[in-house]
Design a protein around this ligand. Structure first.
Ligand code: MLT
Length: 392
């Protein structure tokens, strides 16, 4: 028996697992210190009332012989796929329910999507970005090249030169920098992908944080995207589903490569390897898209945006360079006193008892930067900024 040798090329641990073990170590030697968590983007607001009510009703359904549900449709229940479709259409992105696949969140689809692509392809990944893109491609043995996201290009790299690429990852609003592509910039990527016959994997997990009306929430708002893009989205950050697990992937019927309809291939993949998200969770997810659900989810988003404002104002006061915080739950800051990312992480953890995420964990260009999340409570966010100000 031989194992996948590509694992030897991975960093020892997944970024957030490394942080979590450092935090556990700190907690066991400092049991009375109160830590403030601004590291992994985990939400703190509970599920909204509309979702909870629907979850309860769905549990009742499962208790009745006539309403009980066994295996669900592979692609997800129509009631939820129709809601997703309407949400997209209302934002000017034309999609069809047959193009929506309900998932247990963005991460799994992001990783599993590689199963339907040939290995040994050229993958273009922004640097810095969500580490799952790189790690899963290293596991698959793909050749990865990077699109440098730096201060000079406002962390929004554009197609450059005449590189032959097969898969292009785009995350907008970006994790970790918070940078958001406008329609003109996304159009450049779409044209490039169509010209090269590449596929864009567009991660829109943070679309609900976009406030500026002119900024695109979906790649399908861009002309030409239906022949080159797959969009992966999640309700984790939008509606507090990090623990509940539900998301979706959109694959337009027009997307074809090597004579294959990619939507059909993904259907073949999912019917073979996934039995769907539970009926109960899909009912809860559908409630997010109702009028009352949107209102309640919007209130939670406002709560986090207020935190982002508190952090941004504090950065201004401390004269720390940062980006993000607008259209994004992340604040991407330059480590003070030219510290490197892990040095600043250790200092925050050990001296100020704040957990953040070192920028270098998101890629080479993240060295010297640091990410704070706005997903905490107001109280913790204010307290963390107080601790930081006392240090700076
Ligand atoms: C993050 O903090 O970057 C995300 O919460 C991680 C994830 O979504 O898996």
């Amino acid at each position: 028996m031989r194992v996948n040798k590509n694992y030897a090329s991975l960093k020892n641990n997944y970024l957030f697992a490394t942080i979590s073990s450092k935090v556990d170590e700190f907690k066991s030697s400092n049991p009375d210190k109160k830590l403030i968590y601004m590291g992994i983007g985990d939400i703190t607001r509970p599920l909204c009332g509309a979702v909870v009510d629907e979850l309860k009703k769905a549990v009742e359904d499962m208790a009745g012989p006539k309403t009980f549900k066994g295996y669900g449709p592979y692609q997800g229940y129509d009631f939820l796929r129709n809601c997703v479709c309407k949400y997209y259409n209302d934002h000017g992105a034309k999609i069809d329910p047959d193009e929506v696949f309900i998932s247990d969140g963005a991460k799994s689809d992001c990783a599993n999507m590689l199963d339907i692509f040939d290995n040994n392809q050229i993958i273009l990944i922004p640097d810095p970005v969500y580490p799952v893109y790189l790690d899963t491609n290293v596991m698959a043995g793909n050749k990865v090249i990077f699109a440098d996201a730096t201060e000079e290009n406002n962390f929004l790299p554009l197609p450059k030169g005449d590189l032959d690429v097969d898969v292009i990852y785009i995350c907008s609003p970006n994790n970790p920098t918070g940078a958001v592509y406008d329609k003109k910039q996304l159009k450049l990527w779409v044209d490039y992908a169509n010209e090269k016959g590449a596929i864009i994997l567009f991660d829109s997990a943070y679309e609900a944080f976009i406030d500026e009306k002119t900024l695109p929430r979906s790649i399908f708002e861009i002309q030409g995207a239906r022949t080159c893009a797959i969009e992966i989205c999640s309700l984790s950050k939008t509606a507090g589903f990090t623990g509940t697990r539900c998301g979706f992937t959109i694959i337009p019927k027009e997307l074809k490569r090597d004579g294959n309809i990619v939507n059909n291939m993904w259907m073949r993949h999912q019917t073979t390897s996934f039995n769907g998200v539970s009926y109960i969770i899909q009912r809860g997810a559908a409630a997010v898209f109702t009028e009352i659900g949107q209102k309640q989810v919007g209130e939670n988003l406002l709560y986090y945006k207020k935190n982002a404002e508190i952090i941004s104002h504090s950065m201004d006061e401390m004269k720390i360079w940062y980006t993000g915080g607008k259209n994004s739950p992340y604040i991407w800051l330059k480590c003070p006193n030219s510290m490197d990312s892990w040095e600043f992480f250790d200092l925050l953890l050990n001296d100020l008892n704040i957990v953040g995420t070192p920028g270098s964990g998101f890629g080479r260009n993240g060295q010297g930067f640091f990410r704070l999340t706005a997903f905490g409570t107001h109280q913790d966010t204010i307290e963390a900024m107080k601790r930081l100000k006392s240090f700076i």
